[in-house]
Design a protein around this ligand. Structure first.
Ligand code: NAG
Ligand code: NAG
Ligand code: NAG
Length: 395
């Protein structure tokens, strides 16, 4: 019997960036979200512009539809290469738009316009709704508060500590915890549980296991066992790709991107086989939560939510990538750069495999910038270490 694999995406979680598919053992199909093309993996090819080719001014990528090849040329430093509005159109260089993320209460600002809803900017920090005042969303509240129902009215209220009840969602809990939801209406049944604290095989509430994901389990995955009255949801073992990454996959393979099988529930994960920007049109398996590119981001995010710095931020600014602004405002440069690099390295994971430099410069400049900032810190760390070593030698 073949049941359809479910395509899942959970936003605003530790595991925000990935789409994954699941199935029971011997009961799955692999769906690949890419068109079928001339090569085995069905991906376009990305190559540097040949010296014999002449691009009209401003063109940064020309698509040769006969061979499914994008020829690429780097734009000026201040420019960004953008796709045309119609399929098959050339990509052109445009002045990089200055997009500034709007700041949440607690984040830094120059004027009120920098803040979400243009609430005031006082002493360089966006204002927020004070404890006890009416709210419609947690995003309005000052750091340390969320919008909770108190005696029938929504007011900004202090976050609920780990182990205590009353949460409606994760943002109502302390920065390092999520809500284990028994009931959507009787909030006193719901408890704040530390992120990643539930070990494989422990129970998690059904409402907190969304699309087989949960931030409460150490593995990040949960699944149902039993039926009827014996049905329950359990945290799974760590699930990582069976093949060591990076793993090249093809549309014709159905088992390329699977994980190990959880010993408690039989769940296993299937990640997407996704195109890279390589010259040959290769595709690679996306990392699963148990794979290093994912795990290190999760660990870094855990470091953030358990740090003292997170308390300067609004409750909704705890997880990657929504914490991007706030980690830059308050975390140490090294830690923030690490988080940003891990974040981009994960979301660009399949794209960057085997890509040529010119292509990276054009399509992965954010990843490159993040890597450079992170590398700068690496270098600084190495120098510090080298100096320390030198001092210990001559002392
Ligand atoms: C794309 O750019 C190439 C090279 O500059 C040019 O020859 C071609 O006509 C352009 N195609 C379109 C659809 O604009
Ligand atoms: C979890 O995955 C299983 C497949 O093992 C699927 O049947 C189930 O519906 C999924 N649960 C959720 C909450 O998505
Ligand atoms: C992954 O590999 C293990 C060990 O070889 C195997 O037991 C497991 O069934 C594989 N996963 C899947 C989904 O087939």
């Amino acid at each position: 019997m073949v049941s359809k694999a479910t395509s899942l995406m959970l936003l605003l979680s530790f595991f925000a960036v990935i789409t994954a598919e699941y199935a029971e053992k011997e009961d799955y199909t692999l769906e690949i979200d890419q068109k079928l093309g001339s090569n085995a993996a069905g991906c376009s090819m990305y190559r540097c512009k040949k010296s014999s080719q002449t691009f009209s001014s401003n063109v940064c990528s020309w698509y040769d539809k006969n061979y499914d090849i994008y020829y690429v040329q780097t734009c000026l430093e201040s420019q960004t290469c953008t796709a045309g509005t119609k399929a098959g159109e050339n990509y052109t260089c445009i002045t990089t738009p200055t997009t500034k993320l709007q700041a949440y209460p607690g984040e830094k600002c120059s004027t009120a316009a920098d803040c979400v809803n243009s609430v005031g900017c006082t002493n360089g920090i966006c204002e927020g709704t004070a404890t006890g005042s009416a709210c419609t969303t947690s995003a309005q509240c000052i750091p340390g508060d969320s919008c909770q129902k108190v005696a029938g009215t929504d007011v900004c209220t202090e976050l609920i500590p780990v182990g205590k009840t009353g949460c409606a969602n994760d943002y109502d809990c302390a920065y390092n915890a999520g809500c284990n939801i028994v009931s959507a209406t009787t909030l006193t049944d719901n408890t704040c549980v530390e992120y990643l604290s539930l070990t494989p095989g422990s129970q998690v509430q059904e409402l907190s296991c969304v699309g087989n994901y949960t931030n409460l389990c150490s593995s990040g995955y949960c699944a149902k066992t039993g039926t009827g009255t014996t049905a329950q949801y359990l945290c799974t073992d760590e699930l990582k790709s069976n093949h060591s990454l990076p793993w090249k996959c093809y549309s014709t393979e159905s088992e390329a991107c699977v994980s190990n099988v959880d010993t408690h529930t039989g769940l296993y994960a299937i990640s997407t086989c996704s195109c890279s920007f390589s010259p040959h049109g290769d595709a690679y398996c996306k990392p699963l939560l148990g794979d290093t590119p994912y795990k290190r981001l999760t660990q870094q995010n855990y470091k953030w939510v358990t740090s003292k710095y997170v308390s300067s931020c609004n409750t909704e600014r705890r997880l990657w990538p929504s914490n991007l602004n706030c980690i830059q405002d308050y975390w140490t440069d090294t830690e923030a750069a690490t988080m940003i690099y891990y974040g981009y390295a994960l979301s660009s994971y399949t794209e960057i495999q085997g890509a040529e430099d010119c292509v990276m410069n054009v399509f992965e400049y954010e990843y490159l910038a993040a890597k450079k900032a992170y590398g700068k810190d690496e270098a600084a760390r190495e120098i510090t270490l080298a100096v320390a070593l030198l001092i210990s030698l001559i002392a």
